[in-house]
Design a protein around this ligand. Structure first.
Ligand code: ZN
Length: 362
């Protein structure tokens, strides 16, 4: 008995004949087979459901490109190319205008601007290293590794003078991110390493997604002159970069948004969910207009997109308002109100390894 039954649950020996210790009812355990039946292979647990890939919205949890980014990019590049050819035609016919000159010189102007911007950081900024802003340096290296980049971009810190900002750019084959020093402030109440990891993941994501390539930026040279179209393309790029930030440190997403919403000290007063909920509630013509003309996703919609990882962020139409409680779980214990928060969350257990954002801790 000891040698044969040593792996059986203790209660297995206690029940009556035919009693199933697993189900607690009469009848043989379907996983073991009927009494006396010898399985050919040992019992294997049921296979784990495939990873749903919601973390970065892409396969295997890697960051996905926003679904509208490439279609919008194609339209913008074609528009820019046609405008460029048109300007060359105007020039050949002797029509000279400042905008014609601007577009004709675009390749040169862009090259000059990128080179000057890069040198500005090389001359003035603090370069992150294992000894200067080592935490930021490590985050950049980690993000580049997570996104499978062959080269780690340079990373700089510039004085923020109270502003919260960061950006990514490049010159030639070099790529770099610049983080405003306010994001590093150690003593402030906003000290939130996860938020910083999200923001650095966002910026490194711009590089990983190819947003800072010279040729891409040349093809998007007309974006400032294409109000609705250009802004929508930039917004889709920001959602793509947010997917990278989320993939890099998803628990930092609420903190990063709260710093953007309330600054580095008063961020603690902001309820991420309460603000995200308003994305579905605020409506009207001018809400539509302000979002459509924004270069970044409006903050409430951006928060909503970071909370609802089942779909891409909205570009033009506000997210769906809260749905009535689904009949299959009218009083699901995970949701004290009886139904899931807005955003069409999949029920818990169907959400892969990122079961939504953690509860607010601040
Ligand atoms: Zn960005």
């Amino acid at each position: 008995m000891q040698s044969d039954d040593q792996w059986a649950p203790p209660s297995a020996q206690a029940g009556p004949p035919g009693w199933n210790p697993v189900t607690g009812m009469a009848g043989w355990d379907p996983r073991v087979g009927p009494p006396g039946w010898a399985p050919q292979t040992p019992y294997a647990p049921p296979s784990v459901p495939p990873h749903s890939g919601t973390r970065g919205l892409g396969p295997d949890g890697l960051p996905a490109r926003h679904s509208w980014e490439i279609p919008l990019l194609v339209v913008v590049v074609v528009t820019t190319a046609l405008a460029y050819l048109f300007c060359i035609g105007l020039l050949l016919f002797g029509y000279v205008d400042q905008y014609v000159i601007l577009l004709i010189l675009a390749p040169l102007l862009l090259w000059f601007g990128r080179g000057a911007n890069y040198s500005m950081q090389r001359l003035n900024a603090v370069k992150m290293s294992p000894t200067q802003f080592p935490e930021g340096y490590r985050l950049v290296v980690e993000a580049a590794g997570r996104f499978g980049m062959a080269t780690v971009p340079d990373a700089y810190v510039v004085t923020g003078n109270g502003q919260i900002n960061a950006f990514a750019s490049g010159h030639g084959f070099r790529r770099y991110v610049v983080v405003y020093s306010d994001l590093f402030e150690v003593g402030g109440a906003a000290r939130d390493p996860d938020a910083l990891a999200f923001i650095i993941g966002h910026e490194v994501g711009h590089i990983a997604a190819g947003h800072v390539s010279y040729w891409r930026q040349l093809g998007m040279f007309l974006v400032p002159f294409l109000p609705l179209l250009g802004d929508a393309l930039i917004r889709s790029q920001e959602y793509t970069a947010d997917n990278h930030g989320y993939c890099n440190r998803h628990v930092g997403a609420p903190g990063a948004m709260k710093v953007l919403a309330g600054g580095k000290y008063l961020n603690t007063l902001i309820d991420f969910d309460e603000m995200a909920d308003r994305a579905a509630v605020e409506r009207g013509f001018f809400v539509w207009v302000v979002n459509a003309l924004s270069s970044h996703p409006v903050l409430t919609w951006r928060m909503w997109a970071l909370r609802d990882r089942s779909r891409h962020g909205r570009l033009f139409l506000r997210p769906n308002p809260p749905q009535p409680p689904p009949p299959q779980y009218p009083a699901y214990p995970a949701y004290p109100g009886g139904y899931p928060p807005p955003g069409n969350y999949p029920p818990p257990g169907q959400y892969g390894e990122a079961p939504g954002l953690p509860p607010n801790q601040r």
